[in-house]
Design a protein around this ligand. Structure first.
Ligand SMILES: *Cc1c(COP(=O)(O)O)cnc(C)c1O
Length: 375
């Protein structure tokens, strides 16, 4: 017997959530447009176009032998390696099923219905999602030149604020905050408000821009630094990320975490990847070359973009929905970002040289020969 719309049984704050829209999978485009998968270029989800290193592929193959067993729920080996790398205690490391999981766990552990979480306009979509899923109130702070306005974010903190999210660099804008600006902000946030500093693209920063934010935790126990193996390490499909934080904060996240949230193959792969620093550095170098290639190509087309500190570029294209569709028909998947309040932009991930070339040539055809001024 049908009892009416069962969705009404769900809390109102859950029903209000706008679902996350992922990049279009290659298989889906192939199916829908009758294209061969090998002819499709996906530059839509900020993955490392090189994939994981050979050493990591071997570690994955070796780990498959053990998948009958549950993974180590405490992630001993990986946490030990991360603790050593960042000079923190093992108990300060929380592993996540992707760093999305870390963001979710922070909201689960610290947000009650009615609490507030502060984040920037055009910031990563998971912050509002994770906030709304707890029945908490998301406070969106207007961006400044598409980036975080840290002064305004500090001013938006009220006695009801429990978490403030900062993405550095930010996705989808590629904007970056200097270590000194960030440090002042962290010092200015009240100690009873958690700062979730999402550094998913940290490995793509130039060495001079990198900052050991984990070392700030000793002084600022309200700081969570979140990192991932999905981007520069090339392991997006395995889902593994981590958070570094004070032991008391980690203890709370571990209480709400699924006991086996990071699978055994992912743990083995991440451990091998962490040791393969040369591969990550080479990926970052190739990314800079790819960014330059894309910027040169866009300059030649008279198309504007936002200078990026990540492995992607936010391109200002005008009728983005139409251009997105025309690119799809040419077998090139990029990311529309209207849901980020950016209806005139598309986000394109830096690919291999040949993929970037494919994108630029498809884009040239997609925008036609119409006169365009620099945007
Ligand atoms: C991709 C991304 C993440 C995390 O992705 P995971 O695969 O869950 O680790 C987190 N934050 C930002 C800003 C991202 O772009």
């Amino acid at each position: 017997m049908r009892v009416g719309d069962l969705s009404t049984l769900s809390p109102e704050y859950v029903r209000r959530i706008a679902p996350y829209v992922p990049g279009k999978p290659v298989e889906e485009l192939a199916r829908e447009y009758g294209l061969a998968e090998k002819d499709i270029v996906k530059l839509a989800s900020n993955e490392n176009p090189r994939g994981p290193s050979p050493r990591v592929r071997q570690a994955i193959a070796d780990a498959v032998a053990g998948i009958t067993r549950y993974p180590d729920g405490n992630g001993f080996a990986l946490k030990t390696a991360l603790a050593t790398r960042f000079c923190v205690e093992r108990e300060q490391v929380v592993l996540g099923n992707g760093s999305n999981d870390i963001l979710e766990l922070a909201t689960q552990a610290f947000l009650r219905p009615g609490d507030e979480a502060v984040y920037s306009q055009h910031a990563f979509a998971v912050y509002p999602l994770a906030t709304q899923a707890r029945g908490a109130i998301g406070v969106t702070v207007a961006a400044r030149e598409l980036g975080h306005d840290l002064d305004a974010m500090r001013a938006a903190i009220t006695p009801r604020t429990r978490i403030v999210f900062v993405a550095n660099p930010n996705n989808p804008t590629g904007t970056w905050l200097t270590p000194s600006a960030l440090k002042s902000f962290v010092a200015a946030v009240p100690r009873n408000v958690l700062i979730v500093l999402d550094e998913a693209y940290n490995e793509y920063l130039r060495p001079a821009q990198q900052c050991d934010t984990a070392s700030w935790i000793a002084k600022h126990q309200n700081l969570i630094v979140s990192r991932t193996f999905s981007k520069a390490y090339g392991l997006a499909g395995l889902r593994v990320g981590y958070g570094l934080m004070d032991i008391a904060v980690a203890d709370m996240l571990n209480r709400v975490r699924q006991p086996f949230n990071v699978n055994s193959v992912a743990q083995a792969a991440a451990l091998a990847a962490l040791g393969d620093t040369a591969y990550v550095e080479e990926s970052a170098r190739l990314n800079l070359a790819g960014l330059k290639q894309l910027m040169r190509g866009l300059d030649a087309l008279g198309i504007g973009y936002v200078p990026s500190h990540g492995n992607f570029l936010l391109v200002r294209i005008g009728d983005a929905a139409a251009v997105y569709d025309r690119l799809l028909r040419k077998g090139v998947i990029v990311r529309p970002v209207a849901n980020y309040g950016l209806p005139e932009h598309l986000r394109v991930t830096v690919g291999l040289e040949e993929e970037n070339r494919r994108f630029l040539s498809a884009l040239r055809e997609a925008v036609g020969n119409a006169e365009r001024g620099k945007s």
